[in-house]
Design a protein. Structure first.
Length: 617
């Protein structure tokens, strides 16, 4: 429904976009790589910084590919046509910022902290924007799926409301709020973060029991991913509130009921991802895998009630889900049942003809890495009749029972699990171009990247996979305290109250001044075919005024309405210089902009990105 049937497979040429990236010092050679299992660690190490810069390139206002996005607005992708993802989605942004908060906490990268503050300030404002889903007054507007890059409402037809957004956003903000509290900034957690979180929690408490569109924006019903995200939000929201002397009584009253409802998606063999709707599908959907990785709790056991990654139900689901793609994608042909395959959204998917996605294939790996952590923490693996077929597929002699970590069976099982999980990453490695650019999908027959280029969420899914593989753990959300299921489920609701969050006065956190800034030039210059726009200037990085050495700008985001040429160079902070744009014709002749020269001083600050935005003159 909606755009699904209309979308063509016309692609933005990935090569054009890639050629604009600054030289990738850590790029790896292309060529067949899947069989070189030993290279996986090396590839992951190289792909990590590429993924982080891939995210930040799509973040306004200074990201390299974010011209037109306001401060704190994260684009889903820079792709403006086929498909047009030049918007900000509440879901994508929340999942990505949860990733960035965890990265900030584990690395101490203070540039990231500044981006996080900008994101939260922008979300406070977005909550107040009235939109086709409604407004803040009764909370309904909080479930609007996407907004314009300027932060205004998107008023076209769409699958709305999407009720996962407020839950996921509160989870991202709480992760940062906890850091603030742990680092002596309780006032910022209370006065800036909590008012935004509180609106989202109130929303979940009021509307969780109403149907809405799933994360793929297609099915109007109840979605496992949404319910799981909502449950986590209220459990964690309640303890976060308590930690700053607040309460969330609606969290406490509704969370057990959401948990009760969550059980209803299990059909005895796997999770039926969309219920209370008639999709005509099997229900096997990466929706469920994503729910599990985003509600992983390192302090929980293999709990079926919260569908932890190592739970028997979630392992059985992993097998049902991944097996469903074995025969439908040509690139999976001939892969043994014991080995990883490319994973899509769901078997019946027709979007771009239905292909594997990077983020769903990486999810299959991440669930297993997190499960491995949970087994190692527990010190044993219990194979039940529910999880037996999962284990037998990767370790033929597996049998039901409990295997202590001292046993040789435990060693065999965990080693098979690690190899199997690595296989999913190796699939992604195989179908990632040498530049490291991650689109949304890769072709089911050829493996070529497809659909939106530089999908922000794809990059984040790589980072969360790598963190899980390296045992870099997210904080607990209290799953271990949330496993009791009420004996009767009730379709309840707690009416919320909503107040605009207006405080965005962040403290000036200590931060590290950067020495080199990635400076992006944006210029609106209407051109005709055969013409190219360059930037040239007084510093060596800009060719020292020599047109032959000018920096060629890219036009892959050029539209008639926004004739954008852009490109990026690395320059030392504090550098003052002059510059101009020039145009070269196909015969090589050069047209300079009119006088005077433009001038700019690269800021000396803790931010790694800066940009200038000009109009050709
Ligand atoms: C693009 C994507 O969101 C896709 O998942 C969806 O099917 C269509 N739009 C329709 O909403
Ligand atoms: C389509 C996906 O189906 C949806 O989950 C996502 O939010 C949008 N694209 C934007 O990336």
């Amino acid at each position: 429904m909606f755009l699904t049937m209309l979308v063509t497979t016309l692609l933005l040429p990935v090569s054009t976009l890639i050629s604009l990236l600054p030289p990738l010092t850590n790029a790896i050679p292309s060529g067949p790589r899947l069989d070189k299992r030993a290279d996986l660690d090396t590839w992951i190490a190289a792909q990590t910084p590429i993924s982080l810069s891939g995210i930040l390139a799509n973040f306004g206002p200074s990201g390299m590919k974010a011209y037109g996005a306001s401060t704190g607005i994260l684009l889903a992708s820079p792709s403006k046509t086929n498909p047009d993802y030049f918007y900000t989605w509440t879901r994508d942004s929340a999942l990505v910022f949860k990733t960035l908060v965890d990265q900030f906490i584990s690395t101490g990268d203070t540039d990231l902290q500044l981006q996080i503050d900008d994101y939260i300030s922008a979300q406070a404002k977005l909550q107040t924007v009235s939109n086709p889903s409604g407004s803040l007054s009764n909370g309904a507007g909080l479930a609007e799926p996407k907004y314009m890059p300027t932060g205004s409402a998107f008023t076209g037809d769409w699958g709305r409301p999407q009720r996962d957004g407020p839950a996921l956003r509160s989870t991202a903000l709480i992760a940062y709020g906890k850091w603030l509290i742990n680092n002596g900034y309780t006032a910022a957690a209370t006065n800036i973060v909590w008012p935004v979180v509180q609106n989202d929690l109130q929303y979940v408490g009021q509307y969780w029991n109403q149907t809405g569109f799933d994360l793929w924006e297609e099915v109007n019903g109840s979605s496992f991913f949404t319910t799981a995200a909502q449950h986590r939000a209220l459990v964690e929201g309640s303890s976060f509130a308590a930690s700053i002397g607040q309460t969330c009584s609606n969290c406490d009253s509704q969370a057990p009921q959401i948990r009760c409802f969550l059980q209803q998606y299990w059909n005895g063999q796997y999770i039926v991802s969309n219920i209370n709707t008639n999709t005509g599908r099997s229900g096997k959907d990466a929706n469920s895998c994503l729910a599990s990785i985003h509600t992983f709790d390192p302090e929980a056991g293999c709990d079926d009630a919260t569908f932890q990654p190592c739970s028997p139900k979630m392992l059985a689901n992993h097998k049902a889900l991944t097996d469903s793609f074995r025969s439908v994608y040509a690139i999976n042909a001939g892969i043994a049942a014991s080995s990883a395959v490319a994973v899509g959204r769901y078997l019946e998917d027709v979007y771009y003809n239905g292909n594997p996605w990077y983020l769903t294939t990486l999810c299959a790996a991440e669930q297993l890495y997190s499960a491995l952590y949970q087994f190692n923490t527990a010190g044993s693996i219990t194979i039940t009749s529910t999880s037996l077929s999962f284990w037998q597929a990767i370790y033929a002699s597996a049998a039901t029972g409990t295997y202590a970590s001292s046993s040789s069976t435990y060693t065999s099982l965990t080693s098979a699990l690690k190899t199997y999980a690595d296989g999913y990453v190796a699939i992604v490695q195989k179908y990632t171009p040498a530049s490291g650019a991650l689109a949304e999908q890769f072709d089911k027959s050829t493996g070529t990247p497809l659909s939106a280029v530089d999908l922000t969420w794809s990059y984040a899914s790589f980072l969360t996979m790598a963190a899980a593989r390296n045992n870099v753990l997210p904080a607990s959300w209290g799953a271990a305290t949330a496993s009791t299921i009420p004996s009767t489920c009730s379709a309840s609701s707690a009416t919320g109250s909503y107040t605009a969050a207006t405080n965005t006065a962040w403290p000036s956190f200590p931060c590290t001044t950067v020495s080199t800034v990635q400076l992006t030039f944006n210029v609106l210059a209407t051109t005709s075919s055969g013409q190219n726009v360059y930037v040239v200037g007084s510093i060596a990085e800009l060719g020292t005024w020599n047109p032959t050495n000018a920096i060629k700008l890219g036009a892959d985001m050029y539209t008639d309405g926004t004739p954008l040429w852009y490109g990026s160079v690395k320059v030392a902070a504090g550098t003052a210089f002059e510059y101009k744009y020039l145009r070269k014709e196909s015969d090589g002749s050069v047209t300079w902009e009119s006088d005077p020269n433009r001038s700019f001083t690269v800021p000396t600050s803790c931010r790694k990105d800066a940009s200038v935005s000009d109009n050709w003159r």
